[in-house]
Design a protein. Sequence first.
Length: 438
Amino acid sequence: AVLRAVGAARLMLDPAYLAALRSICQPVRAADFPRSLEPMRALLAALGSPETRFPSVVVAGSVGKGTTCWRIAEGLWMATGPVPYTIYEEAVEYDSAFKVGLYTGPHLHSFRERFVINGAMISHTEFIEGANAVTEAAARLNYHYSTFERATALALWWFARQGVDIAVLEVGMGGRWDAVNAVPNVLAVITPIEKEHIAMLGGSLQTIAWHKAGIMQPGGEVVTSEQPETAGDVLQAEAETTGARLRVASDLALAACVNLQARGYIKRYTLSPAAPALPGRLEQVETGGHRVLIDGAHTVQSARRLYEAITLLVAVAMPVRVVIGLLGDKAAADVLAVFDEPRFHIVLTQAPSHRALSPAALNEKANLQLASVEIVPELAAALAQVHTAPESLFVVTGSLRMAAAAREAFGLLTPEALAEAQATRAIFEGEDYLQRLV
């Protein structure tokens, strides 16, 4: 019955939407990066310079970018309506006119998840209109814009069209030459920096930090989390060079909201002390008779946070099964080492991506000494263990792609959402896409 419902939903997907999504999906090779921001600026100019019509907060970093973006944006739009928590002693007035744009990535199931205003993602119709506008502008400029460049332009076009009062934008990778950095920000936010995307950002923490530091504006405002000394020194040097004011904060979202309010960009905010309950981020569900924890952890620090969450859920002596698949640009050995204890049964599998490490390669890199290890090459088979695993806690992690696959396999999507997810994956992991990466 579920398969029939999904099949029917796929038939109902607007062909115009899928065509628009294909027009945005324009892979470029890693060898083509880094490249100048001038083509991106030209694309925005061809769209009428939408980025100039509202102030923007830009968020870079290695881990926690998406959650930080959501907390900031949610704190701004939740301040316009009744909420169960508030930093104010008196209730704030409802102001439905205040609009907050949020641009994040990657998506879990639908590409439209990347484009949000006040908690609602872009509609199919608006996406089609925006994609067509971006495609036409790119054609006039006769330049091969990447998927992320086109998506960023679409987000800014939509935000301007909807008249947002402020936007929160997540950097895709790095920062200095990322498409989002073509937007002049009123506040730069830098989350914890770790070794990631080494092939693209250089092999050291210093080079990675240098890329992140590139979002600082001349004379601008910057808030950063506490960083490793080597990364912190790079950020401080960039601040001195640009004349930016750099502040270290333990709560980035709170520091950002305070900064924006003090400078008059917002009137008020209502910030939850806890991170928003986002799908695929420390998400707890019950399925197959098991308590399941789904998390997209892919760096050492995020793996440690996942480890802490596991410890809160089950006693230290209780066995835990961890199904994990990682992409090739991650510090696989360091991530896996976090779970190298006798209580963990590690199932190494293939993440759903052309960039994934094979389970055999993962096992070779891991060199786990204490945890038990099992190799299950097929992801579907690894996830199906949720029905037979003897452990009381079943964990799926390694990337947001792993989280998405688990959510879909465990029946957490409606037939309509699952149909769109499958159609989206067919585009982004299809043969046509992969051939253009060569």
